[in-house]
Design a protein around this ligand. Structure first.
Ligand SMILES: [Zn+2]
Ligand SMILES: [Zn+2]
Length: 144
C-alpha cells in the first residue's frame, strides 16, 4: 500500500489530526464548513437563475490557498466570493471564474467585465485572468 500524505485544504499542513481527510485542526475544519456553506448559497442562487454552478469545495479551497485566503485584487481581507466575469455578464460559478475578494474591491469592480474595470490596475486583472485560465485547464484534465 502506498501511503499518501494528506494535506489540509485550508493551510496545506500535513494532517495528523483525527480521521479528517481535509482539515488539520478544528479552526481549519470550521473554515471549510463556512466555505462549503458559501458554495451551497451560490448553488441556490445559480439554480434560481437557471445557471450552472459546478464549483466544488476542493477546487475553491485550492484557489483560496493560492491567494492565501486574502483578496485576489488587493491582498486585503477575504470577505466574499467574486465572479471575475460578473454573473450579470454571463459569468458562471465555477473554478475558472471565481476568486476571493474583499467587499471594497467587489464594489469597485461592480458589474463590469474584467477589461472594463478602472478602479483596479489592469495588470492585476490580467494576472488573475491568467490564473483562472490555468485552473480552467486543470479542472478539464481532472474530469477527462
Ligand atoms: Zn489546516
Ligand atoms: Zn480587495
Amino acid at each position: 500500500m502506498v501511503y499518501i500524505e494528506k494535506r489540509c485544504w485550508v493551510c496545506n499542513k500535513v494532517i495528523t489530526w483525527g480521521q479528517s481527510d481535509t482539515a488539520c485542526k478544528l479552526q481549519c475544519r470550521d473554515r471549510l464548513y463556512a466555505e462549503s456553506y458559501r458554495i451551497e448559497r451560490h448553488k441556490e442562487a445559480s439554480y434560481i437563475r437557471n445557471r450552472p454552478c459546478r464549483l466544488q469545495l476542493g477546487e475553491w479551497a485550492e484557489t483560496l490557498r493560492h491567494y492565501k485566503w486574502r483578496c485576489a485584487f488587493c491582498k486585503g481581507p477575504f470577505e466574499s466570493l467574486d465572479h471575475f466575469v460578473p454573473v450579470s455578464k454571463g459569468g458562471a460559478t465555477w473554478v475558472g471564474n471565481v476568486v476571493p475578494a474583499c467587499l471594497q474591491c467587489q464594489i469597485a469592480k461592480g458589474n463590469l467585465l474584467p477589461q472594463e474595470v478602472e478602479a483596479i490596475p489592469q495588470e492585476i486583472m490580467e494576472r488573475i485572468a491568467l490564473y483562472l485560465q490555468r485552473r480552467d485547464r486543470s479542472s478539464l484534465k481532472q474530469t477527462q
